[in-house]
Design a protein around this ligand. Structure first.
Ligand code: FES
Length: 157
């Protein structure tokens, strides 16, 4: 069954810093790989935990061809935490949104930022807050799919 997507009612909960509480009653266990599939202002974004419970927020749909990045495994690639797209195994750095690849010298290299990343916080009450970053930079490949109506992640690890 497809995991549920949490629709965020931004009007009710945006604070003065522009963060929106993802859900009053939802916390995310501090295990690496736990995640929330969100729709914030109509945009599909995912909150994903990395090593030590660190939080990341990235566009849920893969910039490459619209795959369910949100359901990808979390892996270390040259010491960088990445989510690996289930469709064609592209590796996206969770903190920067860069696409990583292996170059001709078998070194990990960056294609540059491809997937949009957003701000995320866990506050003292354990609740998670997200602030969309839609302007830095103005445009990214993942923008093309971020508001897709047909989005449905295939699986949650
Ligand atoms: Fe994600 Fe191709 S759609 S790697």
């Amino acid at each position: 069954a497809a995991p549920s997507v949490i629709e965020v009612d931004e009007n009710a909960r945006v604070d003065e810093d522009g963060f929106v509480c993802v859900h009053d009653s939802i916390t995310l266990p501090p295990r690496r790989g736990t995640r929330l599939h969100l729709k914030v202002n109509g945009r599909h974004v995912s909150v994903i935990r990395g090593r030590g419970g660190k939080l990341y927020c990235v566009d849920s749909v893969c910039y490459h061809a619209g795959g369910p990045l949100t359901a990808g495994n979390i892996e270390d690639v040259a010491g960088r935490e990445c989510v690996v797209c289930p469709w064609h195994s592209y590796k996206l750095d969770l903190s920067t949104g860069e696409g990583l690849y292996t170059d001709l010298n078998y070194k990990i290299a960056s294609k540059g930022k491809r997937q949009r990343t957003h701000d995320v916080q866990q506050r003292g009450d354990g609740r998670i807050y997200v602030r969309l970053n839609l302007t830095e930079p103005d445009s990214l490949p993942s923008d093309e799919y971020a508001y897709g109506k047909q989005f449905a992640p295939a699986a949650t690890p």
